[in-house]
Design a protein around this ligand. Structure first.
Ligand SMILES: Cc1cc2nc3c(=O)[nH]c(=O)nc-3n(C[C@H](O)[C@H](O)[C@H](O)COP(=O)(O)O)c2cc1C
Length: 389
């Protein structure tokens, strides 16, 4: 399975073409729209999210609510494009005036503006920011929604939540089931399980906003029900934990990834890190703990997959940082595009999506590829063998 995305932040639409989704997967627009709506929520989002009410159009690869095995095209229109037809249109402009083009010559520290402009030889940094914008994550969430459907069909449950915002840590993280985690976090404006921390996180976001500043945080994604042995130790690019880390790092503004206890493992002896192995007839091999976050040797252990990602504060600040105008070379305050003050809750939905994609992709490639029936049968057989191995 693979996908490409295309589209600019203020262009007419965002598009993804997904190839390799097995035939026989039930899929309707509502499955995707639900996830798109989740990405748009969250305390700290800016005005853009009030303009856009993202809705997907499924333009190929699905017939009568079921996937065909052929490429799936998903499109999300940018409602805001009606105001940007001149600035972002594909046709040559009669009037090349910089005002009309809304030319940007002042790069924002922390964004792709300056490096992208030098690399692609763009004097107008709008040519960079329109694509480097996290608006692109809309269709990554759409592709992730398809992956989540595959996982659900295969009995794998997913959840995600926010662990930290602007240095405020969630403390009470207990939940009975992923269902409960999903219900609680869906009701939280910052997708946090800890209601006490939630309030302080929201205050921190409000304070950052008042100060024209931004704050980052940490998100966690959990997947339960992955069979043992998905991924491989045999070659570096078959290691599924490495793919998950790359997927997390590919999200805009993400600067770190952890599997299981992650960096904490550096501070503990092996006897407190490695998960002891047990066996019983009903469950087969299990682990008494899950510090490894569901991975050993680049393969799943059968325990819940636990992945965390670190998001830096958003680069666009209403209180701009110093920068240099590339036309005049004069010091300037960096220019302001419409911006969020904190997008960590939304980013946790993006993190779920990219993790779901990698897990579904690994399962499909390992257990049968063409149709959901065969994949399901192969997984059941594999699990029966693993239990009594
Ligand atoms: C959901 C989400 C929303 C974001 N919103 C903004 C935003 O409003 N303004 C901004 O400057 N950056 C935003 N970002 C972060 C930038 O897209 C990102 O910092 C930029 O592409 C540069 O890439 P890098 O930070 O990975 O180096 C957002 C990121 C995510 C995941």
């Amino acid at each position: 399975m693979r996908y490409l995305t295309a589209g600019e932040s203020h262009g007419p639409q965002l598009t993804t073409i997904i190839e390799g989704v097995p035939a026989g997967l039930p899929l309707v627009a509502e499955d995707i729209n639900e996830e798109l709506a989740r990405r748009q929520k969250g305390h700290g989002r800016g005005r853009r999210m009030q303009i856009e009410k993202d809705q997907v159009q499924i333009l190929s690869g699905v017939r009568h609510g079921v996937t065909l095995g052929s490429p799936i095209t998903l499109v999300v229109e940018n409602k805001d494009f009606t105001h940007w037809t001149k600035i972002m249109g594909a046709d040559p402009l009669e009037d090349e005036n910089a005002e009309v083009k809304r030319v940007i010559s002042r790069p924002r520290p922390g964004h792709a503006d300056l490096n992208g402009a030098i690399k692609y030889n763009h004097r107008d940094m709008r040519n960079v920011l329109e694509r480097s914008s996290a608006r692109e994550t809309t269709v990554r969430v759409a592709a992730g929604a398809v992956a989540k459907k595959i996982l659900k069909e295969l009995g794998i449950e997913m959840g995600g939540h926010v662990l930290e915002i602007g240095g405020v840590k969630a403390e009470h993280l207990t939940y009975e089931s992923l269902n409960e985690l999903r219900e609680k976090t869906e009701a939280s404006p910052v997708r946090c399980l800890d209601q006490k921390a939630e309030k302080i996180m929201m205050e921190a976001i409000d304070t950052a906003k008042e100060n024209g500043d931004s704050i980052g945080g940490i998100v966690e994604v959990i997947a339960e029900g992955m069979p043992v042995g998905v991924g491989s130790y045999t070659h570096y690019d078959n290691k599924l934990d490495a793919k998950l880390a790359a997927a997390i790092m590919s999200i805009n503004a993400f600067k770190g990834a952890e599997i299981g206890i992650g960096f904490e493992a550096a501070r503990k002896p092996g006897s407190e890190v490695h998960d002891e192995i047990a066996w019983d007839i009903e469950n087969g091999y299990t682990r008494k703990t899950n510090n490894a976050g569901g991975f050993e040797g680049g393969m799943t252990t059968g325990m819940p997959v636990v992945v965390r990602g670190v998001m830096k504060p958003i680069p666009t600040l209403y209180k701009p940082l110093q920068s240099v105008d590339i036309e005049t070379k004069e010091a300037f305050a960096a220019s302001i595009e419409r911006s969020d003050s904190c997008a960590v809750p939304a980013a946790s939905v993006v993190a779920e999506s990219v993790v779901a994609w990698e897990l579904a992709r690994a399962l499909v490639s390992q257990f049968g590829q063409d149709n959901m029936e065969v994949i399901k049968k192969n997984i059941i057989q594999h699990q029966q063998r693993a239990r009594v191995f």
